[in-house]
Design a protein around this ligand. Structure first.
Ligand code: NZQ
Ligand code: ZN
Length: 399
């Protein structure tokens, strides 16, 4: 196990009708806030009215900023920064999913910074100042409600990059599983795959002796695998929605990464896809993970055997590690298909046309494409050349 520091300061308020107390939570920090949300789902479901009523009961004044789109745009973040600076905002309430929360984080950071907020993307320079944030979560997926990241798309260059900083973790997150009953099946499925992705990135480590976090990772993965089909069949199944919602937060608040070094190359490659093609984040992940795994499994086959046996209950005779590892990958791929997601780029109508550009952008931004690929022996390539080639090889396997 590696040395580590772990802090997950976000107060989690979990359960039925908890959003009705949002005003009391906000009032602890501020009486004048920015209230940010997406493209209208919270108005259709009645959540907007309950939030407003609670804020009014607690005498919290608010300025509204709506219209956050999935794959949230820098232009809206810039608008939010300008409103916050002009109106002396000192707290931001985000009501929605990862896109709304990430926009709130970037606005909070930009409001405390004199330069261009894009200076913080990619996260070579961590954010150290940000307005305090609160969250009412409506979709378990990105884990942004307790994470130290925000991912924003810059429209003019088609770049989608993260910023990071401990200060970006929200002060509180209200998680009511009932709020997720209205999610379309596709968004539910995408959320489940993103949650699994945050665990998979941490699970595939080359750090030895990480038994406790291996077991925690497997528990979160199995919880999602068991409950995802239930919520797709019965969208109002509170018990199953609750399991998935809590799994989503635990998958990405960094607990599962303690003492280990994760991979994250699949996430980086996916961000190139959603930056250009504006697909849902997990629609890209469900295509990239099978390809990344087929590309990587021989580098540490024992870990892939463990994944197959502990997570996917593969019960084949132990004569061939390769067969067991591949069976685990096959079961994961079938599971993504059962959820209704694509597992090949062609299903998303994406060709190899822009692979070079994606590989170029990935290699330019990241010093390594994950800890598995780093160990590849390709002496004919420079470090940057190697990284570009890795991205292209994985994208080609995903075709
Ligand atoms: O905008 P509205 O109308 O609210 O509709 C949203 C949106 O269309 C809808 N939705 C959300 N809750 C709903 C609902 N519809 C009905 N009922 C509800 N209860 O769902 C759609 C997707 O919302 P979005 O916020 O985009 O989803 P998600 O939470 O999956 O966030 C995705 C973004 O997070 C980033 C992704 O890259 C992507 O940009 N990520 C952020 C991370 C982080 N900050 O730590 C880590 C992740 O790996 C990820 O990269
Ligand atoms: Zn993700």
């Amino acid at each position: 196990m590696e040395n580590f520091e772990f802090s997950s300061p976000t107060k989690i308020i979990f359960g039925k009708r908890t959003e009705e107390h949002v005003g009391e939570e906000v009032k602890f920090y501020s009486s004048r806030i920015l209230f940010i949300y997406g493209s209208g789902s919270i108005k259709k479901t009645g959540l907007y009215d309950r939030i407003v009523a609670s804020l009014k009961r607690s005498r919290v004044e608010f300025v509204e900023l709506s219209g956050v789109q999935p794959n949230p745009r820098l232009s809206l973040v810039e608008k939010g920064i300008s409103i916050s600076k002009q109106q002396g905002i000192d707290f931001i309430l985000a009501v929605g999913g990862g896109s709304v929360i990430d926009s709130a984080k970037a606005i909070g950071a930009g409001a405390c910074y004199d330069g261009d907020v894009w200076d913080f993307f990619p996260p070579t320079k961590p954010v150290t100042e940000c307005l305090p944030l609160g969250v009412v979560l409506t979709i378990p997926a990105a884990g942004s409600e307790a994470s130290q990241f925000a991912v924003i798309t810059r429209e003019d260059t088609q770049e989608k990059l993260p910023m990071r900083g401990e200060i970006l973790r929200p002060r509180f997150a209200i998680l009511n599983p009932e709020l997720t009953f209205t999610l379309p099946a596709y968004q539910t499925a995408c959320g489940c795959v993103d949650i699994m992705g945050h665990v998979i990135e941490r699970y595939f480590t080359t750090v030895p002796n990480v038994d406790l976090t291996d077991r925690l990772c497997e528990a979160v993965l199995k919880t999602v695998i068991t409950n995802a089909p239930t919520v797709l069949a019965e969208p109002k199944d509170y018990a199953a929605r609750a399991e998935i919602m809590w799994a989503g937060t635990l998958a990405h608040n960094d607990l599962l990464g303690t003492g280990r070094i994760g991979d994250w190359s699949s996430h980086r490659i996916e961000h190139e896809l959603s930056a250009i093609y504006d697909i849902a984040h997990a629609a890209g992940l469900s295509v990239i993970y099978p390809a990344w795994m087929k590309y990587s499994f021989k580098k540490d086959i024992k870990r892939f055997v463990q994944f197959a046996v502990w997570v996917w209950d593969v019960d084949l005779p132990f004569e061939s590690e390769e067969r067991i590892a591949l069976e685990g990958i096959r079961r994961m791929e079938s599971f993504f298909k059962e959820l209704g997601l694509a597992v090949r780029l062609e299903e998303l109508h994406i060709s190899d046309e822009r692979f070079d550009e994606m590989a170029e952008k990935c290699a330019a931004c990241w010093s390594s494409m994950g800890n598995y690929q780093k160990r590849f022996d390709r002496p004919e390539l420079t470090v940057e050349g190697l990284e570009k080639q890795v991205v292209k090889d994985i994208l080609e396997l995903a075709l």
